[in-house]
Design a protein around this ligand. Structure first.
Ligand SMILES: NC(=O)c1ccc[n+]([C@@H]2O[C@H](COP(=O)([O-])OP(=O)(O)OC[C@H]3O[C@@H](n4cnc5c(N)ncnc54)[C@H](OP(=O)(O)O)[C@@H]3O)[C@@H](O)[C@H]2O)c1
Length: 342
């Protein structure tokens, strides 16, 4: 091969090598860039999710020999609270509207938690008769009650009435729990250092009670009815704490935050759930995370001496002016006594 041809071929090979390594460098830069992006997004996502999950109850207090009632514990936060109480060794009465759903939840919890005892008991908070029956059976069979967690609740229902003719949110979320707690109060007082935890919601702060329209005869708004029932939970906590002062019963009110549970059954149509679920999962708490503040108020040492107070994300929080009025709290108590025939 002539010299000039040899040189030309050598040059061509050299050029190809340069191009190849340049392309390889570009590819490596691309990979490094995308890896960095994925890492940053993953870390941001983990940090966000941890922030959105909110406060955690770190108390390791055990509950062997203690009896706990959790209302509405067949699903959502109630189920997680019941599981936590059992994992601490408690005897847990799962007070559920449906025995069948309650038993299914108890079986599910037993697969996860080996400690404690779970007993499913029927309680429909929309029926004062059912509340009385539940209390009668409980008082006849149990000798102590250390923690009562008033968790069950309904949200955004169309206008409905309880068995006794009261608007459903007010009847279930407030009146049912009001009667339940009062019927069990003597036993709570007899059991040393007992606690009542009322699960409310931050939405209580956006409304006020209208004593002339408690049964919504004049006008009805689903959201207003829910918020008022949650304000009633805050005021009930305040008044019960005042009445039970120095009796050995401490009362706490809890805002779980936004939690991904079945509570939206009347708000979101079933067909929208597959689309909305991943978004909801990203921005709000899991049921276990939502249960943390109620668990914190039920077991932690840090809340001692704070009876009547309001907690959010496992921290005490000031109550807004709507939930502060002692006069309104007393009036609500008296009205509730009449409505429940206490
Ligand atoms: N999820 C949130 O974002 C959020 C935010 C703020 C406050 N909260 C409050 O947290 C509490 C727990 O709600 P969740 O989110 O865990 O809701 P959930 O998953 O819908 O659970 C509600 C529970 O209450 C029970 N319940 C409803 N009506 C009842 C009745 N008449 N008698 C007895 N039990 C009844 C339900 O039983 P069934 O399964 O038989 O219906 C269920 O076990 C509620 O008080 C709610 O207001 C929730």
């Amino acid at each position: 091969m002539p010299m000039s041809t040899k040189r030309a071929v050598g040059c061509a090979f050299g050029r190809l090598r340069e191009l190849g390594s340049a392309r390889m460098t570009v590819q490596l830069e691309d990979i490094a860039w995308w890896t960095l992006c994925v890492m940053v997004l993953t870390i941001a996502f983990i940090l966000w999710k941890r922030y959105a999950e909110g406060g955690v109850c770190y108390s390791k207090n055990r509950l062997e020999g203690k009896t706990v009632i959790v209302t509405g514990s067949n699903t959502g936060m109630g189920k997680e609270i019941a599981a936590d109480m059992a994992s601490r060794g408690a005897r847990v009465i799962m007070a559920c509207r449906s025995i069948e759903r309650g038993n299914r939840a108890a079986e599910d919890i037993r697969r996860r938690v080996q400690d404690g005892t779970l007993i499913v008991s029927q309680l429909d908070l929309g029926s004062l008769k059912s509340v009385r029956m539940f209390c009668k059976t409980f008082l006849a069979t149990e000798s102590q009650l250390d923690i009562l967690i008033n968790n069950a609740g309904v949200f955004f229902c169309p206008y409905m009435q309880t068995e006794d003719g009261y608007e459903y949110h007010f009847g279930v979320n407030h009146l049912g729990h009001f009667l339940l707690t009062n019927q069990l109060l003597l036993l709570l007082k007899k059991s040393p250092k007992s606690r009542v935890v009322n699960v409310s919601s931050f939405t209580y702060a956006f409304t006020s009670l209208d004593f002339d329209n408690l049964n919504y005869k004049h006008s009805y708004s689903r959201m207003q009815a829910y918020m008022r029932s949650k304000l009633a939970n805050v005021l009930f906590t305040k008044e019960l704490a005042r009445r039970a002062k120095d009796s050995g019963v401490d009362v706490y009110c809890v805002n779980p935050g936004g939690v991904h549970t079945d509570i939206t059954r009347y708000l979101l149509p079933q067909w929208s759930l597959p689309v909305l679920d991943p978004i909801i999962w990203l921005v709000i708490k899991s049921p276990r995370a939502g249960a943390q503040t109620a668990i914190y108020c039920a077991v932690s040492d840090e809340v001692k001496g704070l009876s009547g107070h309001y907690f959010s994300d496992c921290k005490e929080k000031a109550v807004g002016k709507e939930g502060m009025d002692e006069g309104i709290a007393k009036k609500l108590w008296e009205v509730s006594e009449k409505m429940t025939g206490l």
